[in-house]
Design a protein around this ligand. Structure first.
Ligand code: HEM
Length: 350
């Protein structure tokens, strides 16, 4: 092995690269567990790509065959059930970890100068992540996926003036049908994955160029540093194993999170099941549209929230990052989080 490594080194000079990027790359010694959420997201993306490719080997993107193709996969193909469960449950975990990553960046103020571009690329990744979930949800063509997609795409109709056109554009017609399945399939398997890869690469490139922030509190000059490898990599692995364990608890013990009874019935456009709702991460938006008396106000509030989030580093320009020294900002974050959780629970129960 040593001889092969020397042979490659003589030609490619990779050792200098490994040193500059891993063993010689110094990061703050006091990075906390929140800094590992980015690596957990990378692991989950890897899992989604690998299981997604395996699912593709059997999936048929036609309304007449889609449901049977995924049922065959779950019931007849060896380990097909496992691959399908992992893909579905890891998607939920991905959204959850995206939210945790975003929340920690908000609380530690690491979106501030010089990390504005990293924040913006993150907000775009968040949007793409939700869109990947929305588009994937329809593919099994079950009662659940058909009606949840109908409800979720209907929400776009609340946008004034262009709302109806947006619904038609999303669905490729007036109803969710073969055209919708075709475009969601194309987006899910051939547009979103490369887009994701590209923007994640940009996000990581920015992280390396700008450097990881130190947790707020200790002045920059006094922060002790440790090599990225092995110190930080081991921390990241610990967090990744924890989330892997959570994933497999879901896969083996509570698969009904992703596969309730309506997911086991083929789509029937003529029969609306009672209590149909979008996935948990869209429930707060859905509930907000239901409770705000004016649809325009409901959608306006959401648009404003999204715009504020995107432009946050340019609106909050103070250099202070310690959360307790930013009480107003902290209060807004806690209130928004409580609002999100409250609306989600309300949406679930109503
Ligand atoms: C596919 C999704 C994402 C991946 C794979 C990813 C990956 C990473 C990684 C590996 C880091 C460095 C270590 C860390 O702080 O965790 C990082 C940092 C960062 N991410 Fe993300 N991220 C994603 C989504 C997001 C989102 C949704 C946001 C916010 C809207 C965001 C904003 C940031 C910021 C501002 C940093 C710098 C943190 C610092 O230096 O302290 N990222 N990301």
């Amino acid at each position: 092995m040593g001889k092969i490594a020397d042979w490659v080194e003589e030609r490619v000079h990779y050792r200098e690269l490994v040193h500059s990027q891993f063993t010689g790359y110094m990061v703050p010694a006091n990075l906390n567990v929140w800094y590992s959420m980015g690596s957990v997201l990378l692991m989950l993306i890897g899992i989604q790509f690998a299981t997604g490719i395996l699912l593709l080997t059997h999936y048929i993107p036609q309304t007449s065959h889609a449901f049977n193709s995924v049922m065959d996969l779950s019931e007849k193909i060896p380990f097909g059930w496992l691959i399908r469960r992992i893909h579905a449950i890891a998607a939920n975990l991905f959204v959850l970890v995206l939210m945790l990553h975003m929340l920690s960046v908000l609380i530690m103020g690491s979106y501030k100068k010089p990390r504005e571009l990293q924040w913006i690329s993150g907000v775009v990744l968040f949007g793409l992540g939700l869109f990947a979930c929305l588009s994937g949800y329809l593919l099994p063509w079950s009662q659940l996926s058909y009606w949840a997609t109908t409800v979720a795409t209907n929400s776009a109709g609340s946008v004034p003036i262009i709302g109806d056109d947006m619904v038609r554009w999303l669905r490729g017609g007036d109803r969710v049908d073969q055209t919708t399945l075709g475009r969601f399939y194309a987006l899910h398997v051939s547009v979103l994955p490369p887009l994701f890869t590209f923007i994640v690469a940009a996000h990581l490139f920015l992280m390396r160029r700008v450097g990881i922030s130190a947790p707020p509190g200790i002045p920059k000059e006094q922060v002790k540093k440790v090599p990225f490898f092995p110190h930080f990599v081991l921390e990241d692995m610990r967090a990744s194993y924890f989330f892997l364990a959570v994933l497999f608890v879901g896969v083996f013990f509570v698969p009904q999170i992703s596969f309730p009874p309506d997911a086991m019935e083929p789509a029937d456009p003529l029969f609306t099941p009672p209590h149909i709702k979008p996935e948990w991460y869209f429930l707060a938006n859905y509930q907000l549209l239901k409770v705000v008396p004016n649809e325009f106000l409901g959608i306006g509030l959401q648009g404003l929230g999204g715009a504020l989030l995107l432009l946050l580093p340019f609106l909050d320009r103070g250099q202070e990052r310690r959360p307790l020294k930013r009480p107003l900002f902290l209060a807004v974050v806690v209130a928004s989080l409580a609002g999100f959780i409250g609306l989600t629970v309300w949406g679930h129960l109503s």
